[in-house]
Design a protein around this ligand. Structure first.
Ligand SMILES: Cc1cc2nc3c(=O)[nH]c(=O)nc-3n(C[C@H](O)[C@H](O)[C@H](O)COP(=O)(O)O)c2cc1C
Length: 161
């Protein structure tokens, strides 16, 4: 294995562009929980499966795992504030975020590009992260909205071709 005093892993992997997804769920009291991820992906068409990778130190994922369901909200261009709120740990990160209950009672955020409501099918071990596979139960998209993009640790928006 290649040894360096400075690990370029984060820096180099940050050159892979992605969208930003708010993974939402609910706690034992039905209150909203959520975290921002760039690791969301489509997995299988038949059966319809998606995936994301929460860090093992996430305090949000245990509540989502306990409930057994989640909603993947694809953030829209201009929703950097929503992303920051859901990337913060502790406190009420839904205080400034408007939403309504979607499938399984998991939050569907206002102003997003698309949402995908899922039941957790499997949680695999993946180093310092979990690989979570969700079976898609329900989904919808706003075909006119542009996505929020994340690249080299910064937010971007689509440029007209
Ligand atoms: C653009 C962006 C992408 C992120 N992607 C991930 C990810 O794929 N997996 C992850 O575990 N955390 C990711 N995070 C960090 C989590 O949002 C954050 O660590 C987490 O919500 C912390 O709160 P928690 O400990 O309450 O779960 C990302 C943050 C940002 C801003």
């Amino acid at each position: 294995m290649c040894q360096h005093a400075y690990s370029p892993f984060r820096s180099v992997l940050g050159h892979f562009p992605s969208g930003v997804v708010a993974i939402t769920g609910h706690d034992l009291n039905g209150g909203p929980v959520g975290m921002a991820v760039s690791s969301f992906t489509s997995v299988s068409l038949e059966p319809p499966l998606v995936g994301f990778l929460p860090g093992k130190s996430s305090t949000t994922f245990p509540a989502i795992a306990r409930s057994g369901t989640f909603c993947a909200n694809v953030l829209a261009s201009g929703q950097e504030d929503v992303c920051r709120a859901l990337a913060s740990s502790g406190g009420d990160n839904f205080a400034e975020v408007s939403w309504h209950p979607g499938p399984h009672g998991d939050p569907v955020l206002d102003g997003i590009v698309a949402w995908i409501g899922c039941t957790i099918e499997a949680v695999h071990d993946a180093g310092d992260h979990h690989l979570v596979i969700g079976r898609v139960d329900d989904l919808a998209a706003d075909t006119t909205a542009d996505p929020l993009l994340f690249f080299r640790s910064r937010y971007h928006r689509l440029a007209a071709a």
